[in-house]
Design a protein around this ligand. Structure first.
Ligand SMILES: [Zn+2]
Length: 563
């Protein structure tokens, strides 16, 4: 008896070790291709999917087990390979990657081990409901209204919106668990998944039953998605993502009205006519500026209304979901500049993709109200990352080993860095190389060719005589923090016939170098020149002025400094 239970116990330990042991590498496979038939049944709040996925083993070891994860509100029906059913264990897996705070995980025994770089095709089927569920937020104490305004995904007859990875795991993924209680782990898990999936393709054949005379609108943020057509009481769409890039596949079904313009369609709920027209007008006005910098939009921008006025906006590629209520033209222009940049330009690297879209907002403000307005806007945005910087400084904490690399723009999953800091970096690059050179460099950018971190540096360098290696080292490849400038000395010498020569020495107390503008003011005017001051060193510049100099200003705010 005793022996029997010991054996049973051993057996359990062995089984458990197959599931939980170190041999289970959840991030071994990249899902390179999805071909899914998706049936959405709003009446039942239901989603049913069957289709084929291709997995590539990107680990260094052969893999006999594959992990497939979907939202915990969905259930696995079957997993097959070559038409034959595969053995799999289905278990709940706690992870804040999904709005429900958990995943339905299938641990699949493959017909044979997949060697490194080898692939396997699986036929899959799963289904379940997708209802409003903000468990992952409410359980860490987020007030319910805020939580529901953030995780607003659902399938209902009035409004269906289902966003992909990071919101609702409605197509299979494979990730390590993530927790919102533990700072950055969710952002890191998502960033790793998106980077792995950047080159993956997805085809979605979507069917939605409809008995109404007029079918509701279906919006999908795919590369191509021919207009849904009606076939026997249902409407269908056949959508393709050529490569996922940084896209989060999302679909929206609602009875929208639409303002349709050549570059943008704004889908809105009845009563929001004025806000929708305002947004479309603002987008049309900002379009020439965006096209001039980033090229013509490659796809038509789609903006869709969210019924809850407090709902958090969501963007993926050229699709923007946001509550349409405001008729403020300036604010609309600022948002449209960002959205249209995504429609015109895309990169799998967040610091390029998002950094440029935020940079475009600064360009828009400069275009509207002058350089100072753009600098004020950037100052507002950088308070977050520069505050963190000076906090580190105050505490005198030496940077943790690896921080320089992990917090660098090319590696970070921290939004404040790849959005706000990246915006400032693009602005500095533009000040250094000039508008025309930067525009030409951006025009030669191809996301498929962006394999090396230095790709974009070389594109810019090809358009200018300047060496940018040190700048990319300090700001992009590594996180050297921020500069801190100080005028160390300024000597004035009278020159003939009636000019003055200023010799100014500027010290940089920070570890990141920058090219900083210096302005010498005198009665009735000023002269500005630019000076490169590398990290923890100083630079000297001579500036000629016609009248006695009164003031020297280092940095007009275009270079983020420690505060
Ligand atoms: Zn964006």
């Amino acid at each position: 008896m005793k022996l029997g239970s010991l054996r049973l116990c051993l057996l359990f330990v062995l089984c458990a070790s197959i599931v939980n042991g170190f041999s289970l590498d959840r991030e071994a496979f990249t899902f390179t291709s999805y071909d899914l038939n998706v049936r959405v049944e709003p009446e039942q709040q239901r989603l049913g999917v069957r289709g084929k996925i291709t997995l590539r083993n990107d680990s260094a070891a052969p893999q006999k087990i594959a992990v497939l994860q979907i939202s915990s509100s969905l259930d696995w029906r079957s997993i097959r390979a070559g038409g034959k059913p595969l053995q799999f264990i289905s278990q709940p897996y706690a992870s804040d990657v999904d709005h429900t705070g958990a995943l339905s995980e299938a641990i699949v025994t493959l017909p044979e081990a997949v060697p490194p770089k080898g692939t396997v095709d699986l036929e899959i089927a799963y289904e379940g409901v997708i209802v409003l569920d903000a468990t992952r937020l409410t359980r860490i104490g987020t007030p319910e209204a805020t939580a529901n305004g953030t995780d607003w995904d659902r399938i209902t007859t009035k409004f269906t919106a289902v966003r992909g990875v990071g919101y609702v795991t409605w197509y299979p993924i494979a990730t390590k668990d993530a927790s919102l209680a533990d700072g950055k782990s969710l952002a890191e898990v998502l960033a790793r998944w998106k980077m792995r999936e950047a080159g993956s393709a997805m085809r979605l054949q979507i069917a939605v039953p409809n008995s109404e005379a007029e079918a509701p609108e279906l919006l999908v943020n795919a590369t191509t998605c021919p207009v849904a057509h009606e076939v026997r009481q249902e409407f269908r769409a056949d959508c393709t993502y050529r490569s996922l890039g940084s896209a989060v596949p999302a679909l929206v079904i609602a009875n929208y009205e639409v303002v349709d313009r050549p570059a943008i369609a704004v889908h809105f709920f009845r009563g929001h006519d004025a806000a929708a027209a305002n947004y479309a007008n603002a987008a049309e006005k900002v379009l020439p500026l965006i096209s001039d910098w980033f090229g013509a939009p490659r796809s038509k921008a789609q903006t869709a209304d969210l019924a809850d006025p407090d709902a958090a906006p969501f963007e993926s590629g050229s699709l923007l979901l946001t509550p349409l209520g405001s008729t403020d033209a300036n604010l609309a222009g600022l948002v449209a500049a960002h959205q249209l940049t995504h429609a015109a330009f895309s990169s799998p690297r967040p610091w390029i993709n998002e950094g440029l879209a935020h940079f475009a907002q600064a360009l828009y403000l400069e275009h509207q109200s002058g350089r100072q307005a753009a600098l004020d806007y950037m100052r507002l945005h950088r308070s977050a990352f520069s505050a963190a910087e000076s906090e580190k400084e105050k505490q005198g904490t030496a940077p943790r080993s690896g921080d320089e690399v992990n917090r660098s723009l090319i590696n970070t999953s921290d939004e404040e860095l790849y959005r706000s800091k990246a915006m400032c970096v693009w602005w500095m690059l533009r000040d250094m190389v000039g508008d025309q050179a930067l525009k030409r460099a951006l025009a030669t950018y191809h996301p498929d060719e962006d394999k090396e971190p230095s790709y974009v540096q070389h594109l810019i360098q090809a358009q200018t005589q300047k060496d940018l290696e040190w700048f990319f080292d300090d700001w992009v490849y590594r996180d050297r923090g921020l500069p801190e400038f100080k005028v160390e000395s300024a000597f004035t010498r009278k020159t003939l016939p009636d000019g003055y020569m200023l010799t100014i020495t500027v010290a940089n107390l920070g570890a990141a170098g920058a090219e900083v503008p210096l302005t010498v003011k005198f009665a009735g005017g000023e002269v500005t020149k630019r000076l490169v001051v590398r990290g923890t060193s100083s630079g000297v510049i001579r500036i000629q002025v016609p009248k006695p100099p009164e003031e020297v200003v280092v940095n007009d705010g275009s270079v983020p400094e420690r505060i």
